[in-house]
Each structure stands twice: as structure tokens, then as C-alpha cells.
Design a protein around this ligand. Structure first.
Ligand code: FMN
Length: 428
């Protein structure tokens, strides 16, 4: 293997001195952002041999922009996809690849001194090695020697991602307190669609930022529902409502900003998926019920902000029903499943459940009655005639003990933050 160079040339043609572990001699005038969220953090990025290795380049650049000192460890297979030079130019550090040639004892130093390890992409092979205690290269040996947090970002074809051996290995690592950022669904390298895509670098960055956050929800798992539901009448028509999803999305983002690990279960909205959290798209109440109840047990805080339909057609018509030859059409509706009621019945100790009540009249009184019936801890009552589709909202937060707190008209993002701060404070 050729000896590593001490300097490289960056994209502007400047000679950049490579450093190992010290970040004090950058000579090309690179400016750090004054309010960078990762200033002073030593992050080691492990890049495995997956097609998504190219995304690691963007991730490293973003981590650096947020003030982190980044050391890259590239596996032999990883170097088949992206050259070390790319990572050296972006990290301003020598890339570590060969356990016996590249500063042989530095793996111990790195294992101790890194604040966080991010493995992206974490391949099927790497996950298998880590779960089974193998350490035959720089990356796996360093990880074997560390007690610092490790974030695994798996990426592979769906068949590999759902392979029971992989699922078992990943679960083993989860049980051992490895952090996992689940792969996303989308187009994979094979051209097929499926689960296994590496989340975009922005999503990984947000996850890293939330891991360093020391907000009041740090380490807490937060489940949020948002948006409307759609109940099918026939293959084309649906019964839905005017909820934009903005308040629920704002609650999810407020929880994330407070350090929470957020899963957002959303009905169909026109909003962009927020980054840095797991987003699950649903359509009907039945979909939302299934997703919410399957994640509820592992959630510390559940915020039910979705505008869930109360009624659904008794039967879904097989074909679109036209007007020809008819004066009227009767649609028989039956009640939908009550998600919040179910969660209230199956809640566990220390779990906090927050319901939302959107009404057009007597909204505080109705919310109080619902809080009791559904065994929730808090209810956020709002006047739906003002809130629907708007960027602003008012609310009354009602607690289990009957106390009320009113919030005046403000942007939904500010309202979400204030409401959540009150909930966190009252639950201390
Ligand atoms: C073109 C190509 C693409 C690959 N993409 C992936 C991938 O996305 N995810 C994965 O787990 N393995 C992928 N592999 C297989 C890994 O490269 C292989 O298992 C390797 O041993 C992983 O090494 P590592 O432990 O250093 O990551 C790919 C292989 C090839 C040839």
C-alpha cells in the first residue's frame, strides 16, 4: 500500500495539511459556523462497502460544517466505491484503512476519544461482524474497543435487509445499546423499489444532532400522529377532512428539538417529510391504528394530533358509483376504531399520553370529557373553525387534574413548542 500523503489539494486548488486527531492546524482558512451545533465533537465515520458510500461524503461535509472534527475509517470494500482522497479532502484528515499500516495504535486512541461513531453505510457484512464479535480490520477493531455511542445506518437491498439473519444481528446490536437509524423505503441500487435505502445525509445529521442534544426529551421515544385520515367509499372517492397536518408536524419537530427520538405517523398531507425522524405514511384510520398501536408500547410520550375520522363507510364499493338512473345514494357509515381509547386502555406506567380535541363549540368542556374517557394525561383543545389549514392556532392545554392553560394566537411551530414545554414541565 502506498504511504499516505501529508497534504492533499482541495476543490479550490489549496494545499491542505492532513491532521490525525488534532484539529488545530487547518491552513486554508476554512471558517466554522459560529452557532454550529457540533462544535468540539470528535466524530468518527466508518464507511462500509455499500453503494451508498457516496452519501458518506456529503455527510462528512455537513458534520464539518456543524463544527465536528471528523475522522474517517474506510473499509477495504468501502474503498471500492469511493476513494480515500474524497474523504481526506472533506475531513481534512488522513483516512484510516489498514490496521497494521495506518498508525497501528490509533484505533485504541480513537475508540476512547471519539464522542460518537457513525457507520454509514453499515453493510450486511459489517452488522454481521459487529453482532458476532469479529474484529478483522481497522473499523471493526476500533468499534470492538470502544464504549462510546455508535450509530449504525444500515443500507442494502431489501432481501438482505429483511433476511432473518440480518434482522437478528441488528436486534442483537440494539439490545447492546447500539443506536440504529432505520433504512428508508425507495429506489435501491438494483433499480427495484423497497426497504434498504440509506437515509439522506441531512437525516443522519439531524439524528446525530439529536444524540448530542441535552434537551428535556433526550433519550425519550416520542410517537406523534398528524394529518387527516381518508376513508374509502369506492376505488376513487374518499371521506376526509380539512386537517393540514401542520400542528402535528410542528409537535413532532418541537419534540425532536427537545432531544426526543421521534416517529411521526401521518395521514395524507401536502407537507414535506421532516428530516431526522422516522416518518410513516398512512391513509385510513385502520392503517393509523395498526401503526400506532404497534409502536405505542415502546414510546415514552405519545401525542395524538391527527384528525382521525369518526366514521367510515360500512362497505367499500367495488366500482365507482355514477349518477345515471339514480336520484340519491345512501351511504351507511359505521364508527371507526378509537386509537386514543385503545392506547389509554393499554398504556404502561410512566408513559405520557396527549390527545388533541378539535371541536367547533364547547371545545374545552368536550376535551375535558374526552381526557377522562380516554385515560389520557393531557388534552390540547382547539377551535377547529380557526385552526384548520391555517399556519396559526390558539389552544387550551388541559391536564388530568383539571388545570387549564390558555395559549393565545400564534404560529403553530411556536404554539407546539410552548405546549410541549408545559407538558414536559408538568410531567417532571
Ligand atoms: C456493486 C456492489 C454493491 C454492493 N452494495 C452493497 C450494499 O448496498 N449493502 C451491503 O450491505 N452490501 C453491499 N455489497 C456487498 C458488500 O460490498 C460486501 O458484503 C462487502 O464484503 C462488505 O464489506 P464491509 O464489511 O467492508 O462493508 C455490494 C457489493 C457490490 C459488488
Amino acid at each position: 500500500m502506498p504511504p499516505l500523503q501529508n497534504t492533499i489539494v482541495d476543490s479550490d486548488g489549496n494545499a491542505v495539511k492532513l491532521a490525525l486527531f488534532k484539529d488545530d492546524d487547518y491552513s486554508n482558512g476554512m471558517q466554522r459556523q459560529p452557532e454550529a451545533s457540533l462544535t468540539g465533537k470528535q466524530i468518527t465515520v466508518g464507511v462500509g462497502g455499500g453503494i451508498a458510500a457516496f452519501k458518506a461524503a456529503h455527510l462528512i461535509s455537513q458534520l464539518r460544517q456543524q463544527g465536528a472534527d471528523v475522522q474517517v475509517i474506510l473499509t477495504r470494500a468501502g474503498a471500492q466505491f469511493v476513494t480515500p482522497l474524497t474523504f481526506e479532502a472533506l475531513s481534512h484528515r488522513r483516512v484510516l484503512q489498514n490496521l497494521f499500516e495506518d498508525e497501528p495504535l490509533n484505533h485504541v486512541h480513537l475508540a476512547h476519544n471519539s464522542d460518537l461513531f457513525v457507520i454509514a453505510p453499515a453493510t450486511y457484512d459489517l452488522i454481521g461482524k459487529l453482532a458476532n464479535g469479529l474484529a478483522d480490520d481497522y473499523l471493526t477493531t476500533t468499534l470492538a474497543a470502544t464504549q462510546q455511542p455508535v450509530l449504525l445506518c444500515p443500507a442494502m437491498e431489501q432481501q438482505m435487509y429483511t433476511n432473518p439473519i440480518f434482522v437478528k444481528n441488528l436486534e442483537t446490536l440494539r439490545q447492546l445499546n447500539y443506536h440504529v437509524l432505520e433504512a428508508e423505503a425507495g429506489t435501491l441500487a438494483s433499480g427495484r423499489s423497497g426497504l434498504g435505502r440509506l437515509p439522506e445525509p441531512e437525516v443522519i445529521l439531524s439524528k446525530v444532532q439529536s444524540m448530542f442534544s441535552n434537551g428535556p426529551l433526550t433519550g425519550k421515544r416520542v410517537l406523534v400522529t398528524a394529518g387527516p385520515t381518508r376513508e374509502r367509499i369506492d376505488p376513487m372517492r374518499v371521506i376526509s377532512n380539512r386537517s393540514s397536518g401542520k400542528m402535528g408536524y410542528a409537535m413532532a419537530q418541537a419534540a425532536q428539538a427537545m432531544g426526543g427520538q421521534v416517529v411521526l405517523i401521518t395521514g395524507p398531507t401536502l407537507l414535506d417529510e421532516p428530516s431526522g425522524m422516522t416518518v410513516i405514511q398512512t391513509e385510513s384510520v385502520d392503517d393509523m391504528f395498526e401503526q400506532t398501536t404497534s409502536l405505542a408500547a415502546e414510546s415514552d410520550l405519545i401525542i395524538m394530533a391527527a384528525a382521525v375520522a369518526d366514521w367510515q363507510p360500512k362497505e367499500i364499493l367495488e366500482h365507482k358509483e355514477g349518477k345515471a338512473g339514480k336520484d340519491s345514494l345512501m351511504l351507511e357509515l359505521v364508527p371507526t376504531k378509537d386509537i386514543l381509547f385503545h392506547l389509554g386502555q393499554h398504556r404502561h406506567e410512566n408513559q405520557i399520553i396527549v390527545g388533541f380535541a378539535a371541536e367547533t363549540q364547547d371545545f374545552v368542556e368536550k376535551a375535558k370529557a374526552k381526557l377522562k374517557k380516554k385515560n389520557a394525561d393531557f388534552f390540547v383543545a382547539n377551535d377547529v373553525s380557526k385552526a384548520a389549514e391555517s399556519d396559526e392556532n390558539t389552544a387550551v392545554l388541559i391536564a388530568k387534574d383539571g388545570s387549564e392553560q390558555s395559549f393565545s394566537l400564534m404560529e403553530k411551530s411556536a404554539l407546539a413548542r410552548q405546549v410541549l414545554e408545559s407538558i414536559v414541565k408538568a410531567s417532571d
